[in-house]
Design a binder for this molecule. Structure first.
Ligand code: ASP
Ligand code: MG
Length: 464
């Protein structure tokens, strides 16, 4: 009998059909003799709507909250009527939550400011409505179920908008509150995304934080497995919109998935995965809408199956190469440190650094919208050197994309980078810069924005 924490994302609870699939998945797990604990996101799009109205209120538009409240009331009640027609208590809870939402937004409008604490109180309402709704749907299907707010389980610091859990306290509370429900044969339905600090103020774990909630609860309950249910067949070899023959990757290591997440693939956040895989808890990514597809299994380290081949390819678009150039560069003390300190002051994150062997230039990649700000900051920092002979100038490229090729151990496998760049050459893709990831499981290169999709398709053909 395994304890399985199952997290269902926004689209997986976003419609009556999705909730019925969820119920079928939970039933199948129970029929197999397992004990599922369910973690849910808000219904798809709800968190965005709630926060959008809060920001509008801060700008003086409190009317938006009333409209949003009406929209959300209609959507939740319609869903509830479909999946659990007799759940009156949940109906009241939903309308009370939305009244609270309007009140909070009115207070924000009066203050003219939305504090992080107020934003978390508002953002949390999506999950505080979806969990009771899903629990009612399970009950309506004859599955004994209890909705539990993780504000009472996950103790966090008071870092609103991006809180960190206290794992020890959370473990104790999970064992005291959730374990007995599982032991009694019930299915706990837990709010994703939220916790509370020591004073009981609601916190959130950051946008998209429900995956993290599932990981925290998996560890806190000493679960055997954590399954992340989403709307795609696990982690894919690439974006199927770019390469229609993209496939599910059956097994992926922690480092590979971290590299993919860093380079723009919409997969699990590394922070989510680490605590789970470190404890040897099996982690799966599965598709609510195709439950028979096995999905992707995430493991800590190579388990013998790693063959050094390419496992996935991804592209981050709308990037810009910034180049600082000058023959006198070698003579300038601390030039790299000053360069990146100046960039950091603009709060821009550098996605890739490429070492030119000539040492007469420094070149790195930033998001395209930040390019002009970064150039201005560098011109400011090196004003003296630029007016002399030491530096020739700072330039920003046209839009580019970073293509990242991921596979554990591939950096040590002879020929992988050769094959990658030959494939790009054969597809007439011009490579602007290359960087080999320090994590030893990825190679990244920069290509023009126009050639990004061709580059992805050319490399994707190498995945076997
Ligand atoms: N509902 C939250 C969000 O949209 C958390 C999540 O979906 O994971 O950010
Ligand atoms: Mg989500």
């Amino acid at each position: 009998m395994k304890t399985i924490v199952m997290k269902f994302g926004g689209t997986s609870v976003g419609s009556p059909e999705a909730i019925r699939s969820l119920a079928a998945i939970v039933r199948a797990a129970r029929d197999a003799g397992d004990r599922p604990a369910v973690v849910v996101s808000a219904l798809s799009g709800v968190t965005d709507l709630l926060l959008g109205a809060a920001h509008a209120a801060a700008d003086g538009d409190a009317g938006r909250a009333r409209e949003t409240s009406a929209t959300l009331l209609e959507r939740h009640l319609r869903t509830l009527r479909d999946v659990a027609p007799t759940a009156e208590a949940v109906r009241d809870l939903i309308s009370d939550s939305l009244d609270q939402f309007v009140n909070l937004c009115q207070a924000i409008a009066v203050l003219g400011e939305a504090s992080p604490r107020a934003l978390d109180a508002i953002a949390s309402l999506g999950e505080r409505m979806s969990a009771p709704l899903v629990a009612a749907a399970l009950e309506a299907e004859g599955i004994s179920s209890l909705s539990i707010s993780t504000a009472d389980i996950i103790l966090t610091d008071s870092h609103f908008l991006n809180a960190t859990p206290d794992m020890e306290a959370t473990h104790e509370r999970a064992m005291a509150r959730i374990q007995p429900v599982l032991a009694g044969g019930g299915v706990p339905v837990l709010t994703g995304f939220i916790g509370a600090d020591r004073r009981g103020a609601i916190t959130t774990l950051g946008r998209g934080g429900s995956d993290y909630s599932a990981a925290i609860l998996g560890v806190a309950l000493a679960a055997d497995e954590v399954w992340i249910w989403t709307d795609v067949n696990g982690v894919m070899t690439t974006d199927p919109r770019i390469a229609p023959d993209a496939r599910t990757i059956p097994v992926l290591t922690y480092r590979e998935i971290s590299e993919l997440a860093h380079f723009g693939a919409k997969v699990l956040h590394p922070k989510t995965i680490r605590p789970v895989v470190e404890r040897g808890i099996a982690l799966w990514v599965k598709n609510t809408f195709a439950p028979a597809n096995p999905g992707t299994r995430i493991v800590l380290e190579d388990e013998g199956w790693v063959d050094g081949g390419i496992r996935a390819v991804t592209a981050i678009k709308a990037q810009c190469v910034i180049t600082l150039e000058g023959r006198g560069m070698l003579g300038i003390p601390g030039i790299a440190a000053r360069t990146f300190a100046a960039v950091a002051r603009t709060r821009t994150s550098v996605s890739l650094i490429s070492q030119a062997s000539s040492e007469q230039s420094i070149c790195f990649v930033v998001p395209y919208p930040a390019a002009q700000t970064v150039v201005a900051a560098l011109e400011d920092e090196f004003r003296r050197e630029l007016s002399g002979d030491d530096l020739d100038g700072v330039t920003a490229s046209d839009p580019v994309a970073i293509i990242t090729v991921v596979g554990a151990g591939m950096v040590h496998t002879p020929g992988v980078s050769g094959r990658t760049f030959s494939a790009l050459g054969n597809a007439s893709v011009n490579v602007v810069a290359i960087a080999q990831g320090g994590s030893e499981c990825g190679i990244s290169c920069v290509v023009s924005a126009q050639q990004a999709d061709d580059a992805v398709r050319a490399i994707h053909k190498l995945i076997v």
